[in-house]
Design a protein around this ligand. Sequence first.
Ligand SMILES: [Mn+2]
Length: 405
Amino acid sequence: MLGFEMFPVSLICFNSRIKFTMGTSPGSSSMPTQVGIAAVAVAFVAVLAMMLGAAAATMVAAVVVVVLGTWWWGGSTEVEPQYSGAKIEGDDVTLDFVKKMMDDFKNQKCLHKRYAFQIVLQMREMLRSQPSLVDINVPDGSHFTVCGDVHGQFYDLINIFELNGLPSEENPYLFNGDFVDRGSFSVEVILTLFALKCMCPSAIYLARGNHESRSMNKIYGFEGEVRSKLSEKFVELFAEVFCCLPLAHVINQKVFVVHGGLFSVDGVKLSDIKAVDRFCEPPEEGLMCELLWSDPQPFPGRGPSKRGVGLSFGADVTRKFLQDNNLDLIVRSHEVKDEGYEIEHDGKLITIFSAPNYCDQMGNKGAYIRFEAPDLKPNIVTFSAVPHPDVKPMAYANNFLRMFQ
Ligand SMILES: [Mn+2]
């Protein structure tokens, strides 16, 4: 069960039929917000009635409704005076806030829901305006780091930042999907990555992985963790934001970076990927599905996927895609590797995986790639796992499903 998710296709099919509501609903805060608005509206009418000569009782009723409405509206987002964790002052997520938040997380302290909400909403707005394929420009003399799957291993994520520096305009990163699930610190990982992007959008790029989806989060732990550490409404909110994540990135028009891999058909152009309408749960076939799910294979041509979703593609498929799009290299993630990386397809495809000792039991190294512009030669750095608090992987996953692990 560990290396690959043998994912029941029936579940995916079921899931993709669920209508995606983003854009039609104002967000998961709509319930208390609507109650608040209704309360204010009633109060307004009452005050008007009073001004027109109604009884003092109307006035009393209005005051009661206003007080109740305000309490109801603000109750869930108010920060209690005893809260000692990281705080966002105003609208701006600052470096000081992110550092304090990461420090709190390290000490297993939660971020207040109010700030988590602010970060996730800001993230949703930012990601909505992004194209499905994002072009990244790394100026000559600068560098750029690409990381693979993190899978909720927060302590290994901070270790990457200790080894390679925090994301900033001068030290930008791309995290190539599968931020959550499996590891039991997925909430800490996703809030850290999102907060860094809110702080400085050009410091960190985030691509969707196959685990940034409702059906996977339900099975592999993220949904339960969100419910436990935040609340039910965040389950919905994260599902919406994940649907806004871009599908692929291209560095300096030369390096194509995607979570899974290539396609069941030849001739796909970057413009086709840019044109994918990605604001949905991953479908069970087509370009978007294959970008998130496919794997390379050591023999030429194409074959069925060992996962039951996407496909396996050979070096000839890689070569043709690179030629068709005038690219030099594919970087992808999605598969655990002993050394944290693997170079395949005549050096034209690199798998990068950044969750060392995956699920506390694979004994693998983690790795990231540092590219220096202009030559963009991939420098691979490997690292070992660091200790984490005694919370087992999949601790928040559905217990019934865990019996089959
Ligand atoms: Mn994956």
